[in-house]
Structures are given as C-alpha cells and as structure tokens.
Design a binder for this molecule. Structure first.
Ligand SMILES: Cc1ncc(COP(=O)(O)O)c(C=O)c1O
Length: 434
C-alpha cells in the first residue's frame, strides 16, 4: 500500500454522474459518506481497487458478507461452472439441498429452512412464520438492533438515521422495544403485552448497534419469557454465523425457535434464509391446505446456493478461529493506537467483528453509549480511507479468511497515519494537550 496522496477524481466524476440518476448518487443509505463514496472497480482477496487505480485493504467486506474476501478462487470456479449451466430456474436444485444440509448440520435448532434474496427478507419470512404460528401480531425487538430495511423492524423506534418517515402509525403499533442485554426491560415489555407477542427478535451480537456481544443471562431470560408467554424467539444470525460454526446461539447457549441468516451463506451473492423448528416452518409446505405463502423469483437460485455452499465449506472451525483471532488482534492494536495518540475513542469487538467508537465519552457497553454520527468518526474514517484502510463509515470492520498478521499490521499502520493527521489538525486547533 502506497501512503501517497490518493487521486480519486474518477470516483468524484462518477459521484456527479450518479447524482443525476440516483438520489445522493448512491443506492444504499449505509454505504454513503461525504464528500463522495470511493467507487470500486474490482476486488482481489483482501484488497479492493478503485476506479482511479488506488488500492485499499478491505475491512468492510460488504458489511461482513465477504468472509473469504474478494474473488476467492474456489468460489469463482464454482460460480463459473454454474454460470455456464444457467443462472436461475423456477425449480428445485441439488445446490439448494447441499446448502440447506450444511446449514442444518451447523445449527441444531434448524430443522427446515427456506431461502430468500436478502437478510431483510429472511427477517420478514421468520416474522410471518411466527405470526402465522401464534396467531398474534406484536413483535418485540431491542433498541438499536438492526434487522434490515423492512419498515416493521426499525433500528430505533421513532427516530434513528433517516427517520421512520413513510411508515404508517398502524405498523409502528405492531412493535415494542426493549433494551438489549437488559432482562428487566424485556420482562417489563412482556408483562405488559406478552400475550399478544408473536416473536421476540434479537441479534446474538448487536452488530449495527455497535458490536455489543449478547449476554447469555439475557438470552436465557428471553428464552424463558418467550416460553412462558407462548411467543417465539427469533435469533438474527445474518452476521453472527461468521463467529462460530454453530452460530453465536451455541456460544450463548440458547436455542431459538427460528433463525435468520444471510451474507456469508451466499458466497458473495444476494441471499437470505430463515429456518427453525419443523412444526413452525412446515406452515410453508404447499401441500398443506392452509399453507403460508412464500414466493420470490430468485429464491434459492443455483448461482447463490452454489456460492453459499462453497463459502460454508471454506469456513470451517479452523478458519473461524483464525479470523476471530485476527479480529481480536486488530481490536487491541487499534485501541492501543488511540490511547497512544490521545484521540478520544474506544473499540468494541467480538471475534472477527470490530467497531471503532469515537467521542462516546468513555466505554461503550450499550447502544445508548454509541455515537456513530460523531464528527471525529467521520473525519478519521475519511483519513483512514485516504491511507488505504477501508471500513464502514459508521466504524464497523471485520476480518476475512484471506487476511493474515501482515494484513493487520498494514491496516494498523494506515490507521496510525490517519490518527497522526487528526492529531496534527487538533494540535493546530489547540484541542489536544499531551
Ligand atoms: C443482523 C442483520 N439482519 C438483517 C440484515 C439485513 O440483511 P440484508 O442487508 O441482506 O437485507 C442485516 C444487514 O446488515 C443484519 O446485519
């Protein structure tokens, strides 16, 4: 990686062109950053190359989906073969069976599964299953829990990035929110409305909400409350399947009724899945007179399912242990760099997932402690990109199986250079006393 000043004029020109075509020049809220997002042309392993030819270490990995980095040869080969056979058929396929078998082997709570095209759709499907099964409407989730772009599961109730404008109030009425990792908070919600609750939907690690690991005691309470009120427990493992071969549910020691998956089970292609107890998932069996519908033109398409099968085969226990160790190393090195440079920041992490927090006024233990709109985060993010270290603008990073210790060294060196820039700016403004 060359620490020289990067010219990104092609990205800038493309941003202007796109602004006449797409609102803000982008098509995903979470991928936008000022003054314009760098436009990528290609990826190679742990690196991406932008349209101006600059190289970056990719710790963004498309929001954790690319657990094997870019263009893993085994995945490319399998996709190439499938491409020559066809991309999609309105029919079952061997690849669906192979991917579903692998997921079932990993998650003992999953007896039957259905594929979707995104994690958001997986959540929609799981919630539909829970509502149909219980005959109830209400959903409970944690404040700051991210479950995709579906309006029925907003990250925060009422406000949040981008707001909840456009959601009918009748839809908002279907949701109750508790505080993550706070048993009494969930208990209070259930005591009030538990008998109307179809499902409690939780991330085993709150990822978008700041990489906050679930507390096993909280999840035990959630399981017990669901059982005593007749509600289902849905664990959203769209991201966290990367943390343990048996999902983070095995780490927490909790068995959900339904699990949602996505990201890495598509080998880099659009994907989602919802699975769980047979008696719940059987509702989707079209042989039943009262079956619950679930359609989707590209559900379980062979390209995605082939990619997902190879992705899972590559992600064995040893690979997971390695990326988790790399994540831990990255987290402690970044925290050390911030402490040394006097920048006010902290890191949270869980295995291969790492979150940079800035201007939080101390440790981050709950979603309420986060400050992802921090101006300093925005500036350090930009400076890190300019130094060749790419991660999500809200501070989320993750490791991939194609990284090694040297990748971590290079990322940390780039981060140190980015911090040094902040320091010189702050010193010039008289804000850092050391
Ligand atoms: C925990 C979780 N659930 C669901 C989703 C939605 O997945 P998708 O973006 O594929 O719709 C995400 C996406 O980041 C996620 O992190």
């Amino acid at each position: 990686l060359d620490p020289k000043v990067r010219i990104t004029s092609q990205s800038e020109a493309l941003a202007h062109r796109l602004r006449d075509l797409l609102p803000g020049g982008d098509t995903r809220s979470a991928t936008f950053y000022e003054p314009y997002p760098i436009a990528m042309a290609r990826g190679e392993g742990e690196r991406v190359i932008d349209v101006d030819g600059n190289e970056y270490l990719d710790f963004w990995n498309n929001f954790t989906a690319l657990v094997h980095g870019h263009c893993h040869p085994d995945i490319v080969r399998a996709l190439g073969t499938q491409l020559s056979f066809g991309t999609v058929f309105p029919s079952p396929s061997v690849a669906q069976a192979e991917l579903a078998e692998r997921i079932k082997e990993r998650l003992k709570s999953v007896e039957l599964i259905r594929f979707t095209n995104s994690g958001s759709e997986a959540v929609m499907l799981a919630v539909r299953a829970a509502r149909a099964f219980t005959g109830r409407d209400l959903l409970v989730k944690a404040d700051g829990g991210y479950h995709g772009c579906w309006e029925q599961v907003p990250m925060t109730q009422g406000q949040g990035i981008g707001g909840q404008r456009g959601t009918p109030s009748a839809v908002n009425d279907l949701l109750r929110v508790c505080t993550y990792n706070d048993g009494p908070s969930l208990r209070a919600v259930m005591e009030e409305v538990g008998e109307q609750v179809a499902a409690v939907l939780l991330e085993p690690v709150m990822v978008g909400g700041g990489v906050l690991a679930g507390d096993p005691t909280f999840f035990k309470t959630a399981r017990e409350l669901c059982d005593s009120y007749g509600a289902l427990l849905i664990l959203d493992e769209v991201v966290t399947l990367r943390l343990d071969a048996h999902g983070y549910q095995s780490v927490l020691g909790v068995e959900p009724d339904l699990t949602t998956l996505g990201k890495l089970i598509g080998g880099g292609l659009p994907v989602g899945a919802a699975g769980g107890r047979a008696r719940i998932m059987e509702q989707f069996d079209p042989r039943r007179a009262d079956f619950v519908g679930h359609s989707g033109t590209f559900n379980g398409n062979p390209l995605t399912t082939v990619g997902g099968r190879v992705s899972l085969d590559l992600l064995d226990d040893e690979a997971i242990a390695r990326i988790n160790a790399l994540g831990e190393a990255l987290a402690s090195r970044l925290a050390g760099s911030m402490a040394d440079s006097g920048v006010e920041g902290t890191i949270t992490n869980c295995g291969s997932l790492v979150q940079l927090h800035l201007q939080t006024g101390g440790q981050v233990r709950a979603y309420a402690d986060t400050n992802m709109g921090s101006d300093l985060l925005r500036r350090i993010h930009r400076a890190s990109i300019e130094e060749g270290f790419l991660f999500a603008s809200r501070g989320l990073m993750c490791t991939s199986t194609v990284m090694d210790d040297e990748t971590i060294d290079q990322a940390c060196e780039a981060f140190d250079r980015a911090l040094a820039r902040m320091e010189s700016v702050a010193l010039a403004a008289g804000r850092v006393g050391r």
